[in-house]
Design a protein around this ligand. Structure first.
Ligand SMILES: [Zn+2]
Ligand SMILES: [Zn+2]
Length: 245
Protein backbone atom coordinates (compact mmCIF):
# COMPACT_ATOMS: atom_id res chain seq x y z
CA UNK A 1 0.00 0.00 0.00
CA UNK A 2 1.24 3.44 -0.85
CA UNK A 3 -0.08 6.59 0.79
CA UNK A 4 0.63 10.12 -0.32
CA UNK A 5 -0.27 13.09 1.83
CA UNK A 6 -2.02 15.31 -0.71
CA UNK A 7 -2.80 17.65 2.15
CA UNK A 8 -1.66 17.55 5.77
CA UNK A 9 -3.01 20.89 6.95
CA UNK A 10 -5.68 22.06 9.34
CA UNK A 11 -8.80 24.05 8.45
CA UNK A 12 -6.93 27.36 8.41
CA UNK A 13 -4.12 26.72 5.97
CA UNK A 14 -1.56 26.84 8.81
CA UNK A 15 1.97 26.66 7.46
CA UNK A 16 0.62 27.11 3.92
CA UNK A 17 -0.50 23.47 3.93
CA UNK A 18 -3.40 22.09 1.96
CA UNK A 19 -6.50 20.66 3.65
CA UNK A 20 -6.69 16.99 4.60
CA UNK A 21 -6.53 14.49 1.75
CA UNK A 22 -4.61 11.21 1.44
CA UNK A 23 -4.17 9.39 -1.87
CA UNK A 24 -3.94 5.64 -1.33
CA UNK A 25 -2.97 2.98 -3.86
CA UNK A 26 -3.25 -0.60 -2.69
CA UNK A 27 -4.56 -3.94 -3.83
CA UNK A 28 -7.03 -3.35 -6.64
CA UNK A 29 -8.09 0.09 -5.49
CA UNK A 30 -7.05 3.71 -5.79
CA UNK A 31 -8.83 5.98 -3.38
CA UNK A 32 -8.84 9.20 -1.40
CA UNK A 33 -9.32 9.49 2.31
CA UNK A 34 -10.95 12.90 2.72
CA UNK A 35 -11.01 15.57 0.06
CA UNK A 36 -10.76 19.01 1.64
CA UNK A 37 -11.66 22.34 0.11
CA UNK A 38 -8.17 22.86 -1.35
CA UNK A 39 -7.57 19.24 -2.40
CA UNK A 40 -8.21 19.73 -6.13
CA UNK A 41 -5.43 22.31 -6.24
CA UNK A 42 -3.13 19.98 -4.31
CA UNK A 43 -3.94 17.04 -6.62
CA UNK A 44 -3.21 19.17 -9.68
CA UNK A 45 0.10 20.20 -8.16
CA UNK A 46 1.09 16.58 -7.47
CA UNK A 47 -0.10 15.36 -10.87
CA UNK A 48 -2.60 12.91 -9.41
CA UNK A 49 -4.78 11.18 -12.00
CA UNK A 50 -8.33 11.90 -10.82
CA UNK A 51 -9.97 9.39 -13.15
CA UNK A 52 -8.02 6.54 -11.53
CA UNK A 53 -9.70 7.28 -8.19
CA UNK A 54 -12.65 4.95 -7.59
CA UNK A 55 -13.51 5.80 -4.03
CA UNK A 56 -13.57 8.84 -1.75
CA UNK A 57 -13.74 7.82 1.89
CA UNK A 58 -14.85 10.72 4.08
CA UNK A 59 -14.27 10.96 7.83
CA UNK A 60 -16.70 13.82 8.51
CA UNK A 61 -18.52 16.75 6.98
CA UNK A 62 -16.22 19.65 7.79
CA UNK A 63 -15.11 21.60 4.73
CA UNK A 64 -11.40 21.00 5.36
CA UNK A 65 -12.14 17.27 4.89
CA UNK A 66 -14.97 17.19 2.34
CA UNK A 67 -15.18 20.64 0.71
CA UNK A 68 -13.26 19.44 -2.35
CA UNK A 69 -15.93 16.95 -3.38
CA UNK A 70 -17.95 19.42 -5.55
CA UNK A 71 -14.75 20.41 -7.38
CA UNK A 72 -13.90 16.74 -7.87
CA UNK A 73 -17.38 16.13 -9.30
CA UNK A 74 -17.23 19.08 -11.69
CA UNK A 75 -13.71 18.17 -12.75
CA UNK A 76 -14.99 14.69 -13.63
CA UNK A 77 -17.88 16.14 -15.61
CA UNK A 78 -16.07 18.89 -17.54
CA UNK A 79 -12.28 18.49 -17.36
CA UNK A 80 -11.21 14.89 -16.73
CA UNK A 81 -14.14 13.57 -18.82
CA UNK A 82 -14.76 10.88 -16.28
CA UNK A 83 -16.74 7.79 -17.29
CA UNK A 84 -15.71 5.43 -14.47
CA UNK A 85 -18.14 5.02 -11.60
CA UNK A 86 -17.28 6.82 -8.37
CA UNK A 87 -18.13 5.67 -4.86
CA UNK A 88 -18.31 8.16 -2.01
CA UNK A 89 -18.48 6.52 1.41
CA UNK A 90 -18.65 8.02 4.88
CA UNK A 91 -20.75 8.43 7.99
CA UNK A 92 -24.44 9.25 7.94
CA UNK A 93 -26.07 11.49 6.79
CA UNK A 94 -23.89 11.25 3.66
CA UNK A 95 -26.88 10.76 1.33
CA UNK A 96 -28.60 13.88 2.63
CA UNK A 97 -25.36 15.88 2.80
CA UNK A 98 -24.18 15.23 -0.75
CA UNK A 99 -26.89 17.04 -2.78
CA UNK A 100 -26.89 19.88 -0.26
CA UNK A 101 -23.13 20.34 -0.61
CA UNK A 102 -23.29 20.20 -4.42
CA UNK A 103 -26.03 22.85 -4.58
CA UNK A 104 -24.26 25.08 -2.07
CA UNK A 105 -21.02 24.96 -4.05
CA UNK A 106 -22.51 25.14 -7.55
CA UNK A 107 -26.19 26.11 -7.62
CA UNK A 108 -28.36 23.53 -9.36
CA UNK A 109 -25.51 21.04 -9.75
CA UNK A 110 -27.19 18.26 -7.77
CA UNK A 111 -29.81 17.91 -10.54
CA UNK A 112 -27.41 17.79 -13.51
CA UNK A 113 -27.23 14.50 -15.41
CA UNK A 114 -23.74 13.16 -14.86
CA UNK A 115 -21.57 11.31 -17.33
CA UNK A 116 -20.50 8.91 -14.60
CA UNK A 117 -22.32 6.91 -11.99
CA UNK A 118 -22.02 7.98 -8.35
CA UNK A 119 -22.75 5.59 -5.49
CA UNK A 120 -23.22 7.03 -2.02
CA UNK A 121 -22.56 4.58 0.80
CA UNK A 122 -23.39 5.38 4.42
CA UNK A 123 -21.13 3.27 6.59
CA UNK A 124 -22.27 1.92 9.95
CA UNK A 125 -19.91 2.27 12.90
CA UNK A 126 -17.86 -0.77 13.92
CA UNK A 127 -19.22 -2.62 10.92
CA UNK A 128 -16.68 -3.80 8.34
CA UNK A 129 -17.22 -2.67 4.77
CA UNK A 130 -15.35 -4.03 1.79
CA UNK A 131 -14.51 -2.12 -1.37
CA UNK A 132 -12.86 -4.54 -3.80
CA UNK A 133 -9.97 -5.91 -1.72
CA UNK A 134 -9.93 -3.00 0.74
CA UNK A 135 -11.38 -3.72 4.18
CA UNK A 136 -12.65 -0.61 5.93
CA UNK A 137 -13.63 -0.48 9.58
CA UNK A 138 -15.26 2.81 10.64
CA UNK A 139 -15.02 3.85 14.28
CA UNK A 140 -16.82 6.76 15.92
CA UNK A 141 -14.43 9.39 17.23
CA UNK A 142 -15.22 12.55 19.22
CA UNK A 143 -15.31 15.70 17.16
CA UNK A 144 -18.83 17.17 17.32
CA UNK A 145 -22.50 16.39 17.05
CA UNK A 146 -24.21 14.22 16.15
CA UNK A 147 -21.47 11.87 17.42
CA UNK A 148 -22.22 9.22 14.80
CA UNK A 149 -21.19 11.59 11.97
CA UNK A 150 -17.49 11.56 12.84
CA UNK A 151 -15.34 8.57 11.95
CA UNK A 152 -11.80 7.38 12.10
CA UNK A 153 -10.88 4.45 9.86
CA UNK A 154 -8.87 1.26 10.08
CA UNK A 155 -8.11 0.18 6.53
CA UNK A 156 -6.60 -3.22 5.73
CA UNK A 157 -5.17 -4.17 2.34
CA UNK A 158 -3.13 -7.34 1.79
CA UNK A 159 -2.74 -7.75 5.54
CA UNK A 160 -1.29 -4.26 6.01
CA UNK A 161 -3.14 -1.86 8.29
CA UNK A 162 -3.50 1.87 7.84
CA UNK A 163 -5.29 3.65 10.67
CA UNK A 164 -6.41 7.26 10.51
CA UNK A 165 -7.83 9.09 13.51
CA UNK A 166 -9.84 11.64 11.55
CA UNK A 167 -10.36 14.80 13.59
CA UNK A 168 -10.95 14.01 17.25
CA UNK A 169 -10.25 14.79 20.84
CA UNK A 170 -8.96 11.87 22.87
CA UNK A 171 -11.38 8.96 23.01
CA UNK A 172 -10.61 5.37 23.95
CA UNK A 173 -11.95 4.28 20.56
CA UNK A 174 -8.55 5.36 19.19
CA UNK A 175 -6.98 2.44 21.07
CA UNK A 176 -8.67 -0.19 18.95
CA UNK A 177 -8.56 1.94 15.82
CA UNK A 178 -4.79 2.32 15.86
CA UNK A 179 -3.67 -0.81 17.71
CA UNK A 180 -0.61 -2.44 16.12
CA UNK A 181 -1.31 -0.62 12.85
CA UNK A 182 1.48 -0.66 10.30
CA UNK A 183 0.85 3.07 9.93
CA UNK A 184 -1.19 5.21 12.29
CA UNK A 185 -1.87 8.68 10.93
CA UNK A 186 -3.12 10.75 13.81
CA UNK A 187 -4.21 14.29 14.14
CA UNK A 188 -2.23 16.27 16.73
CA UNK A 189 -3.68 19.71 16.42
CA UNK A 190 -2.12 21.17 19.52
CA UNK A 191 0.92 20.45 21.66
CA UNK A 192 -0.25 20.11 25.24
CA UNK A 193 -3.32 22.21 26.02
CA UNK A 194 -6.40 20.15 25.23
CA UNK A 195 -9.11 22.02 23.32
CA UNK A 196 -12.56 20.62 22.58
CA UNK A 197 -12.71 18.23 19.63
CA UNK A 198 -8.97 18.04 18.94
CA UNK A 199 -6.09 15.97 20.21
CA UNK A 200 -3.02 17.27 21.99
CA UNK A 201 0.30 15.69 21.05
CA UNK A 202 1.17 15.00 24.69
CA UNK A 203 -2.15 13.19 25.22
CA UNK A 204 -1.42 10.98 22.25
CA UNK A 205 2.14 10.26 23.41
CA UNK A 206 0.80 9.19 26.84
CA UNK A 207 -1.47 6.63 25.18
CA UNK A 208 0.97 5.33 22.58
CA UNK A 209 2.14 2.35 24.69
CA UNK A 210 -1.47 1.13 24.57
CA UNK A 211 -1.76 1.65 20.80
CA UNK A 212 1.69 0.44 19.73
CA UNK A 213 1.57 1.44 16.05
CA UNK A 214 4.56 0.30 14.02
CA UNK A 215 4.80 3.78 12.60
CA UNK A 216 3.11 7.02 13.63
CA UNK A 217 2.79 10.12 11.49
CA UNK A 218 1.23 13.29 12.89
CA UNK A 219 -1.02 15.46 10.75
CA UNK A 220 -3.58 18.34 10.94
CA UNK A 221 -1.24 20.50 13.01
CA UNK A 222 -1.86 24.06 14.18
CA UNK A 223 0.71 26.82 13.70
CA UNK A 224 1.88 26.17 17.27
CA UNK A 225 2.50 22.47 16.56
CA UNK A 226 4.20 23.27 13.26
CA UNK A 227 6.64 25.55 15.08
CA UNK A 228 7.72 22.54 17.17
CA UNK A 229 8.10 19.86 14.50
CA UNK A 230 11.90 20.03 14.67
CA UNK A 231 11.90 19.04 18.34
CA UNK A 232 9.17 16.38 18.42
CA UNK A 233 10.07 12.74 19.01
CA UNK A 234 7.67 11.62 16.28
CA UNK A 235 7.39 11.87 12.54
CA UNK A 236 5.21 14.60 11.05
CA UNK A 237 3.41 14.71 7.71
CA UNK A 238 4.19 17.10 4.91
CA UNK A 239 2.21 17.82 1.77
CA UNK A 240 3.43 15.46 -0.94
CA UNK A 241 5.07 12.96 1.47
CA UNK A 242 4.84 9.40 0.16
CA UNK A 243 4.78 6.46 2.58
CA UNK A 244 5.03 2.79 1.61
CA UNK A 245 3.30 0.46 4.02
ZN1 LIG B 1 -13.15 18.61 11.59
ZN1 LIG C 1 -10.07 19.18 10.16
Amino acid sequence: MRLQFVGSGDAFGSGGRFNTCFHVVGGRAVFLIDCGASSMIAMQRLGIERNAIDLILLTHFHADHCGGVPFFMLDGQFVSQRTRPLTIAGPPPLKEWFPRLMDTAFAGSSRVTRKFEVSLVELAPDTPWRFRDVDVLPTIVRHGTPPESFYGYRVTIDGKVLAYSGDTEWTDSLLGLGRDADLFVSEAYIYDKPVPFHLAYTQLVDKLPLIRPRRLILTHMSADMLSRTGSLAHETAEDGLIVEI
